[in-house]
Design a binder for this molecule. Structure first.
Ligand code: F6R
Length: 357
């Protein structure tokens, strides 16, 4: 039920802090430590390479998940779009583990890959919001998102839930491998949830940004480097699917290799700056586009901000920044769609779960 909310999407955006807290609870043991089923952790530890397979928003979560797993658990990860992987499999490693990320657990493109890798005799883990879904039943292991039903076609709380569960998987694996690259994740996810509360309270500001940058534009670009690039891809998907504004996400460093030709007077550029190591370089990219007339909206993280920034996010652990930086992008897309009288919850041409290949 959407209760007093005008749209499921807005309700689901608002639910995100509660979902993060629920996930922490669901994965905690009696002594308060985050844990994962030992069979899954053994499979992670035995893998010489992990292949993440997904589509759409879940693919974008996989791109961030790769960074969690590689940085914390030190296992190499490849992330693949399911519909491409199925007919063009890369050469696989000796001991691969497959991770399927799917909110619905019913995506046919992902299922086609699962059927194939099971035939080859490999182990598979499904990360899904729907217990008993096809991808959950057909995989060896399942991790649940605990996000509650997601009704709006545009995925919001499932994405942040996917990131939270992937971070727990990566951190618990790292602990089991005795690595020093673990973080106090229960504590850090608590900070994330509190920060999300603040962002959700900043709706008026997000509506103002949508009005200022997106009310009449025909296109918009998202730029970022490192984790911010992946969040930009998700932000651009949200914007295009519900507002029908042509939106694209780009790696900051790729701009000069072609994309910059698209910048015109007033073109909105939403730039994310949450990662210290690339803060200066992404700001350099903003200067490049401003020099060509772009209208920049910089969203940075506290501690990295400058005077020109339009919105400053509260500080969270740098690796977990995508869980908070995506929220303004979800809200900006929501308001942009609303201002254009679009059907926010049921955008044209789209279905909630895509059960055809
Ligand atoms: C975007 C969106 C889609 C899905 C994609 C995969 O907002 O909802 O891109 O993410 O169709 O769906 P699942 O995660 O159910 O496999």
């Amino acid at each position: 039920e959407k209760g007093t909310y005008p749209h499921y999407m807005l309700k689901e955006i608002d639910e995100q802090p509660a979902v993060i807290r629920k996930i922490v609870q669901a994965y905690q043991n009696e002594s308060g430590d985050l844990t994962i089923d030992g069979n899954i952790i053994s499979a992670m530890g035995a893998a010489d390479r992990i292949y993440i397979i997904a589509a759409g928003t879940s693919y974008h979560a996989g791109l961030v998940g790769k960074q969690f797993i590689e940085k914390m658990a030190k296992i190499p990860v490849e992330v693949h779009v399911a519909s491409e992987f199925v007919y063009n499999m890369p050469l696989l490693s000796e001991n691969p583990l497959f991770i399927f990320i799917s909110q619905s657990g019913e995506t046919a493109d992902s299922r086609a890959v699962l059927v194939e890798v099971k035939e080859l005799g490999y182990k598979a883990l499904t990360i899904t919001n729907v217990p008993g879904s096809t991808l959950s039943r057909e995989a060896d292991y399942t991790l649940l998102l605990h996000a509650g039903p997601e009704i709006a076609v545009a995925s919001t709380k499932a994405y942040t839930a996917q990131l939270a569960v992937l971070s727990i998987l990566a951190n618990v694996t790292a602990t089991s491998l005795g690595l020093s690259s673990t973080i106090d994740l229960g504590h850090e996810l608590g900070i994330v949830a509190n920060s999300m509360d603040g962002l959700i309270d900043a709706k008026e500001e997000m509506e103002a940004i949508a009005r200022e940058y997106l009310s009449t534009t025909r296109n918009a670009f998202f730029i970022g480097r490192s984790l911010d690039f992946y969040v930009g891809l998700e932000g651009s998907l949200k914007l295009k699917e519900i507002s029908y504004i042509q939106a694209e996400g780009f790696a900051g460093g790729e701009l000069k290799h072609g994309t910059i030709a698209l910048i015109e007077d007033g073109t909105p550029i939403i730039a994310l700056a949450t990662q210290e190591a690339v803060n200066l370089s992404i700001r350099g990219n903003v200067k490049e586009v401003v020099a060509r007339g772009a209208n920049p909206c910089i969203i940075s993280m506290k501690g990295l901000e400058t005077e020109e920034d339009r919105f400053v996010l509260p500080v969270v652990h740098e690796l977990l920044a995508p869980l908070v930086s995506v929220i303004p992008l979800q809200l900006i897309s929501y308001y942009a769609a609303l201002h254009r009288d679009c059907d926010v919850d049921k955008p044209r041409n789209l279905a909630k779960s895509v059960t055809v290949e």
